[in-house]
Design a protein around this ligand. Structure first.
Ligand SMILES: [Zn+2]
Length: 117
């Protein structure tokens, strides 16, 4: 082997290692992101809360895209099949507004880490 051949081998080898490392890294980050997005769905309060005087009002963030009967949360992407489920979630939140505030805080923190907001 000539010096040039060895040099080419080293360069090609370095590129191959770099490429595979980069590739795996992307996959790794993507799968981690997916896991975090799933976690986000569990934390997401799926709505906004407003204070009107002394009354708390809760605005669900579920929307039903045209042509579907399903609902999707515009904050976390959770899909539910019926407004029944949404009503149940909303009731739980109105019964326990403190948990909403807690969840909202956690959600915003996590979402910021994922650069969603
Ligand atoms: Zn949500």
């Amino acid at each position: 082997m000539t010096f040039l051949e060895i040099l080419i081998l080293i360069i090609v080898g370095a590129f191959a290692i770099r490429f595979s490392f980069k590739f795996d890294m992307n996959q790794f980050l993507e799968s981690r992101r997916k896991i975090k997005m799933e976690q986000l769905k569990n934390i997401c309060p799926h709505g906004h809360m407003d204070m009107e005087g002394n009354k708390i009002s809760f605005q669900s963030s579920f929307e039903s895209p045209a042509g579907t009967t399903r609902y999707i949360c515009n904050q976390c992407g959770l899909i539910v099949n019926s407004d029944h489920q949404i009503n149940r979630m909303n009731e739980n939140i109105l019964k326990n507004p403190e948990s909403f505030i807690e969840r909202k805080k956690k959600f915003v923190k996590k979402a910021k880490k994922l650069k969603l907001c």
